[in-house]
Ligand binder design. Sequence first.
Ligand SMILES: NC(=O)c1ccc[n+]([C@@H]2O[C@H](COP(=O)([O-])OP(=O)(O)OC[C@H]3O[C@@H](n4cnc5c(N)ncnc54)[C@H](OP(=O)(O)O)[C@@H]3O)[C@@H](O)[C@H]2O)c1
Length: 296
Amino acid sequence: MLLHVDRTCKPPNATWDEKDKRARCSLRRALLRSLRAMNALPRQPRDREPSSAISSATAPAMLVLGGSGVIGSAVCRHFARHGWNVIVHYHTNRAAADAVLRVIEEHGRRGEVFQADVGDPASVHAMFDLMQHAWPGLDACVWAVGRAVNRVTVRLTPSEWDGMMRANLTGLFLCLQRAGEIFSKQRGGAVTVVGSLTGELGRAGHAAYAACKAGAVGFVKSAAREFGNVNVRVNAVFPGWHPSPLAGAAFPGPDDLDDHVLGRTPSLDDVADVIYRLTTARDISGQIYNVDNRLW
Ligand SMILES: NC(=O)c1ccc[n+]([C@@H]2O[C@H](COP(=O)([O-])OP(=O)(O)OC[C@H]3O[C@@H](n4cnc5c(N)ncnc54)[C@H](OP(=O)(O)O)[C@@H]3O)[C@@H](O)[C@H]2O)c1
């Protein structure tokens, strides 16, 4: 095979492209730094952190995907307690979403419930279109959707595999694409994805779920890189075990907690609070936090 060797002094185009890209990136980073120093970047959640004096008309707003679930509803309640307006997403459990909305309103904040099957692009786009119409500003988004089938690989059916991929991974992509678009336009926003330590450790009977959660970590890190230059932060937390429809019978009993150095599972309050602190941080992105006491 003959290789063409360019003997001119000019480096191959790719090198110039690379240098150009690097120069543009460092210019963009310098610009972001100076904008941030001037406090000129809008809609960074912490800049809009509510005080008791702020009314619900001007309070920051967040969307909780999977707000009808056990972890999602704890996140909704926690943010409402801290003065946020909260948009609650649900899939099938409208009653749970309505109950969460009532708590948000008891805290003197506003909210609304929206339905979507996150694995269905048409359903996701319809929900975001409706939501953007009613809530033109959004400051943060939490992903707390999840679906798990506890079955060893040899018994898992292709449709069970597909259902988990659609809800856990395709849904994450579709929703973060729309939320990322909103945040990019306003040059600020925060996304926190509820992942799972199972994606890192693996677990018998949870291969498809673990594959989704490992994929979510790669997605979060890549999205953090992509959105960093428009001041959008993307992080993930592993919430530890919680009794919920998703955990089902896999939830460990008191004799199965040897891997927990404190001998107990974490509280929902701790998980919601770490998500709150990550959302209202200013300079943290692309990070994965294990909100648990298992060593990893
Ligand atoms: N519980 C644990 O021990 C544990 C441990 C590690 C990680 N996690 C993660 O934490 C997150 C929340 O789990 P959870 O324990 O709170 O579970 P959960 O109570 O069963 O809630 C699951 C949520 O996902 C929604 N959902 C499921 N399939 C959907 C679909 N196709 N489209 C739209 N929404 C869908 C459900 O909506 P509806 O109920 O309205 O149908 C519900 O809001 C998940 O990402 C999970 O992987 C949980």
